[in-house]
Design a protein around this ligand. Sequence first.
Ligand code: HEC
Length: 121
Amino acid sequence: MDASFVRVFAAGLFALALAGLAFAEEPAGDAANGKQVYLMARCFTCHGRVGQGGGFNYPVPALAAIELPVEAFQAFLREPPNDMPAFSTAILSDKDAADMWAWLHSLPGRKPTKDFPLLNQ
Ligand code: HEC
């Protein structure tokens, strides 16, 4: 094995390790700002005040406790496939979108049915 191959191989391993770290880390976001942005951008009119879901032509998905990766969330806002209006970077920055994701991700999701006594009689 010559030295340059070893160097390239080592650099490759290093890059992989860095990529691994990037994926392992929870994206940082300012949830308090995210809540403001969510309300000001009027996402709540369709998705509910606490991301519980709602209606617009047909049922609108809940966003509380969102599992969608932050990059997919941002991409969705830029080009929603169906009835949701688009939010371009001109009106909603990537940072504000990431903050919004952080807030939505931190919200409790739906309660399981076992937590509703009436549904367990
Ligand atoms: C006018 C109503 C409306 C507004 C306002 C709106 N949405 Fe939506 N949103 C929808 C509808 C309808 C869907 C379902 C989209 C589909 O049919 O693919 C959706 C889907 C989504 C999804 C995909 C969720 C999933 O589980 O598939 C995300 C994420 C989302 N909206 C985020 C937002 C955010 C953040 C805002 C504010 C910046 C916002 N939406 C504003 C109507 C709206």
